[in-house]
Each structure stands twice: as C-alpha cells, then as structure tokens.
Design a protein around this ligand. Structure first.
Ligand code: PLP
Length: 381
C-alpha cells in the first residue's frame, strides 16, 4: 500500500467497513461467539481477533511502521504479556532504571515467581545497559522520554546493542506517541503503549498495545490468549474513534508544551524545567535525532520559597490529576504519587525533589494556561 500521511492513517486505516448499510463509521461487533464451520479464522474476544480488535490493530501497526499489532485491556496487560512471551524460567531481563511505576512493580513482584532474573541499569546511557547484560539476558526494555524527568535513551544505540548481543529489545513509547517517535525505524524489535494515554486522549479509556513484526506479535498472541488480557469491543470501538484525532491532538499538545517549556524556563519563580525540546536539556541533540516532535510532557520545579502543594491547589483550569495525556492539562507531584513509596534518599538520588511538578500539557490556549499558572504562583508567594 502507498505510504499514507499521519492524519489519513489516523482517520481511515483499520476501519471496519459497514457492508450492510454503508455507514460512515465502523460498526461495533459485540458478538462473543462466531461461526466455526468453514472459516479460516476462529474468532473469539480473548483471541484478540474480533472484527473491531483485528482492524484497530491495523491502525496501530500503520502508525508505528510495524507489520502487525495487538490491543490489550491495559498498558500493563500489554507490557506483562510481552515480557512473558520473551522471557522464561532462567532468563534475564535488562530494564532502564527510570521506568513507569507499574512496570517496576510487575518486574519486582511477579518475575521472581516465574524464575526470571532482572537488572535495573545504573543510568540510561548505552554503557549502563551493556554493563547489565549477562549470558542469559533475553530482553532489554527502555522508556524514552522517561517519567518524570524526561531523560532520553539512545534508541538506535540500544537496538544495535541488542542485535550485537542477540538480545531482543522493547520500548515503552507511551510518552512520545507514534506522532512524535517511531522506535521500530531505529531497529527496536517491539514497541508498546499504554493506550490509556495519548491513544485514548480523553481520559476515559484504559487500554494497551504492542506493535512489531508478525512473527513477534504471534509469539505475544500465543501468551496473551492464555493470560486473557483482551479489551472489550465497546472500548475498542471508542479507541478507534479517539485515534482518528491522535495526530491533531498530539501535534497541538506538543506545540503548546514547547511554548510553555520556554515560558516556564524564563519564569523567575521556576528554578528548573525538564523538557527535551529545550536546548538546555542535556540530551537535546539526541532527542532531536530520534523524535519528530518533543512531546507534550514536561516537568518543572518551583523555587524553594513556594509551596508546590498549595500551588497545585490554587490552579483553576489545570487539574491536579493522576493520569496524563488527555486533551486537558493536568499536573501531579511525583513525590506524592508515582514515587511516594521511595525513601527521601532514593528520591534525591534519582533527582525527584518535593518541588517537582509533572505537567501533561493539553490543547487549551497557552495564554489561559499561563494565566492559570501565574495566578496560582501569586497566591503562594
Ligand atoms: C500509564 C502508563 C503505563 C501503564 O498503562 P495502563 O494503561 O495504566 O496499564 C505504562 N507505561 C507508561 C509510560 C504509562 O504512562
């Protein structure tokens, strides 16, 4: 097929054709039981192959420049199924030290029960990954930009490291989304998403996905049908509808994030801004080489004289909210949420101060977002 543009893929690829009534949108197939005589595909919701699941996975594959994709009931179902498809008893996993909290918990709490070993790297440089590899290492998993400090891992270098050591590689591409980053183009084997975030985009869907070669997706499917983490077709349908505007939304959010990062960076009451699109970011050049846009997630620290908790309470437009990537702007204190279980010393070591605020930038007018931040700052001065 001819290479289609981003918004054409978002709008049209993976539509389920309404042959009966010629409706403009995909019909929703809620059937949990399908014909089994004289059919090539035995369809069943937990086999990830109902019409809506099968077709939406084509959209995700197209967006990630992959042969195939598979949709799950959550980002964690996607990541856990992917890990368990590529790791078995006696194998070893190398993972980046800065990862989504749920992924860290899965690794620490579940993998030992399967006899799977793991090492968290000391940092996010290629050498850190190389040093962690053992003779039984079967998978390297990275996350870039990472949560919450937006560190950047060299995707191409990790892909090459994996290939040279005969180790599979995977990436959590949730923060960038396929609009801003396509890791498979740099040689990574598998890319996963929490579709709860940008794919859904309206803070009302929980889902996940993995995109890769047909061979790898089949391997994941074989484990997935046993673990049973499939997504309901009603949600699959909602996700397809949401993804039609993925390109539009994420581009608007990314543009806003760049403007706000620059503005915050100059603000006298903001001591630090973490955003890969700022030239002051330590991996700005690397980010530029592997990202199409710098994403819509950023973090900043208020100066020490301001109470960051009260600041958030005074925000009127921006919501303080647990999740991220919706069209509405939200903020969160990592030290009270995602990293609350770490000790003060552990948080200091990874650079997560009490003043740090993670900011998921929405599509609102930047003028209004700036005004909201400014008035909240004035209240706590
Ligand atoms: C939210 C998130 C996940 C987990 O996804 P769920 O849909 O909540 O299961 C994984 N990785 C990243 C980076 C996330 O933000």
């Amino acid at each position: 097929m001819k290479k289609l543009g981003l918004n054409t893929i978002c709008t049209h690829v993976g539509e389920v054709k309404d042959e009966q009534f010629k409706g403009a949108v995909s019909p929703m197939y809620l059937s949990s039981s399908y014909e089994f005589l004289d059919v090539d595909v035995k369809r069943y919701p937990r086999y990830f192959n109902t019409p809506n699941q099968e077709f939406l996975s084509k959209k995700i594959a197209a967006l990630e420049h992959a042969e195939d994709a598979i949709i799950f009931g959550s980002g964690m179902a996607a990541i856990s199924t992917m890990f368990l498809a590529f790791l078995q008893k006696g194998d070893h996993l190398v993972v980046q030290n800065t990862l989504y909290g749920g992924t860290v918990n899965f690794i620490k709490e579940e993998l030992p029960k399967y006899g799977i070993e793991f090492t968290f790297t000391n940092g996010y440089k290629v050498e850190d990954f190389e040093n962690a590899i053992q003779s039984n290492t079967k998978l390297i998993h990275i996350e870039t930009p990472s949560n919450p400090l937006m560190t950047i891992t060299d995707i191409k270098a990790i892909a090459e490291l994996g290939k040279s050591r005969n180790v599979h590689t995977s990436i959590d591409n949730t923060f960038a989304s396929p609009v801003n980053q396509n890791p498979l183009d740099f040689g990574i084997d598998m890319v996963m998403h929490s579709a709860t975030k940008y794919f859904g985009g309206h803070s009302d869907i929980c889902a996940g996905a993995v995109a890769s070669t047909s061979e790898h997706i089949e391997r994941i499917w074989n484990v997935g049908k046993n673990l049973g983490g499939s997504l309901s077709d009603m949600t699959v349908w909602m996700l397809e509808r949401s993804m039609k505007t993925l390109g539009l939304r994420v581009k608007a959010q990314t543009k806003n994030a760049m403007k706000l990062a620059k503005w915050l960076n100059k603000h006298p009451k903001v001591s630090k801004v973490y955003y890969p699109g700022l030239k002051s970011h330590p991996e700005y050049k690397l980010a530029k080489s592997q990202m199409k846009g710098f994403g819509a997630m950023l973090s900043f620290e208020l100066t020490d004289d301001l109470d960051s908790y009260n600041f958030q309470k005074h925000l009127k437009l921006i919501k303080s909210s647990m999740s991220l990537a919706g069209i509405e702007s939200t903020v969160i204190s990592p030290h009270l949420t995602s990293h609350a279980l770490l000790t003060q010393e552990e948080r200091d070591n990874v650079g997560i101060s009490d003043q740090l605020i993670r900011f998921s930038v929405g599509i609102e007018s930047t003028k209004d977002i700036k005004e909201d931040i400014e008035q909240a700052i004035q209240k706590v001065i």
